[in-house]
Design a binder for this molecule. Sequence first.
Ligand code: PLP
Length: 228
Amino acid sequence: MQTIAERLRSALSRIDSATANANRPPKSVKLLAVSKTKPVSDIRQAYAAGQRLFGENYVQEGVEKIIDLQDLPDIEWHLIGPLQSNKTRVVAEHFQWVQSVDREKIARRLNNQRPPSLPPLNVCVQLNIDDEASKSGLSPEELPAMIDAISNMDNLVLRGLMAIPKADVSAQHQQQTLTQLHDLFEHYRTKLSNFDTLSVGMSGDTEAAIANGSTMVRIGSAIFGARQ
Ligand SMILES: *Cc1c(COP(=O)(O)O)cnc(C)c1O
């Protein structure tokens, strides 16, 4: 059986190849290691192998791990799962990033609840790009108002967009979705100074996402093994 360090190396080399094939600069795509449901001992192994960015889906589980792993310097925690308003305070107090902001109310609470002792919280707006009822996220039409609102919040830094494109679609549909995301991202990147992140691509669509401008891919089971 492969170790976490070996699987991490494979994921990174897959990202490097896809980046080179897309004629993009080396290291222009980051890897977010999605550690949901996995024990902190697994995260320590990935950290020891050099990984620094970790993604969690569930607030309570994520916060417990963050507290448990406080001894690891320069680790960076991203919330990538749905966030309810009654959980914003503990998120604002512990995470460095929230990629799943999809309502102004959530952004406002995170902004108000970010402790002054911490640097501003990095956020991405989550788009529901395939208009799936089962997924959270804003429609592209709702994006401009949301971006305006967050731009005026002093304790948040608007870093970019996050999306989870539908998995079982035709290559043509997939390409349309990724092109639309890329265009939206580039539109705002030229206007906003810290807007540098397009979080799209998972195990199944890493290459396609990187060919279409992704700057961060989120990979879980290919690094940590299948979840229960
Ligand atoms: C779970 C999850 C991932 C990683 O999925 P894997 O299939 O384990 O690679 C990526 N992004 C989001 C939003 C997730 O919830």
